[in-house]
Design a protein around this ligand. Structure first.
Ligand SMILES: [Zn+2]
Length: 239
């Protein structure tokens, strides 16, 4: 196989490598993963907030229970003194009765507060559970996306590696100056600095080659550039 035909094969490999690089760069999984990561962050924050609110509510309940217990104890004590055997003056009895009544109403008020706080805690527990399942579901999706994304990326990288090896193998079969010219011209011709000739037409620019070039094209390994577009022309393949 002539050097230019090897180079043409190299061009095909390079085009595949370019396409793979482009695919890797634009993989939708990156954007999807980023979005899920943001969602997981928001869900985690919501869960932490709900848990903090629930903890605060539970703390308030414990404190109310303590207050209520104190009021109950004192109420019992006052009643014992009020109905006990010890002799008390009318004034003292009146004072004790007032205290007992005050404690009773305080107890009722605190019981109501406690009931409301418990209802609040129940609601907050529901909120926490919803936030927890929301976070778990997003987190699960994130892990799955990471797994499938990694698989896709490593598949594409393996493919790239395969073509890179082919590229090295082919490069070694092309003389350095020609390889350098090809590499330098790749960008200018969108990765196709080499053009085949078919029915005396340069397939790079679709312009007919001159009869002088036609003669030269019959000699393999004779490097000719298209007179119109400048691409390196690949001679007719002589079997
Ligand atoms: Zn041309």
């Amino acid at each position: 196989m002539g050097e230019l035909h090897v180079l043409l094969e190299l061009q095909q490999v390079d085009l595949k490598l370019d396409k793979l690089q482009e695919t890797l760069k634009k993989l939708p999984v990156f954007e999807e993963f980023k979005k899920l990561k943001e969602q997981a962050g928001t869900a985690k924050e919501a869960l932490a907030q709900a848990e903090a609110k629930l903890q605060a509510k539970l703390k308030a309940i414990r404190s109310l229970e303590g207050q209520l217990q104190l009021a109950e104890d004192e109420h019992k004590e006052v009643l014992a003194r009020l109905y006990g055997d010890s002799e008390q003056s009318a004034k003292e009895l009146e004072k004790l009765e007032r205290r007992a009544a005050a404690l009773k109403s305080q107890q009722q008020k605190e019981e109501e507060q406690l009931l409301m706080a418990m209802e609040g805690a129940e609601e907050l527990t529901k909120v926490v559970n919803i936030a927890k399942s929301e976070y778990n579901s997003v987190y699960q999706k994130l892990r799955e996306k990471q797994k499938s994304g990694n698989e896709e990326i490593s598949r594409l990288k393996e493919e790239s590696f395969h073509y890179s090896e082919q590229r090295q193998l082919l490069s070694r079969q092309v003389a350095k100056p020609l390889l350098e010219e090809y590499n330098a011209q790749r960008q200018k011709f969108q990765g196709r600095p080499l053009a085949q000739v078919e029915k005396d037409i340069c397939l790079g620019c679709r312009v007919s080659v001159s009869s002088m070039l036609k003669v030269k094209l019959n000699h393999p390994d004779c490097k000719i550039n298209c007179e119109n577009c400048g691409r390196i022309l690949v001679p007719y393949h002589l079997e």
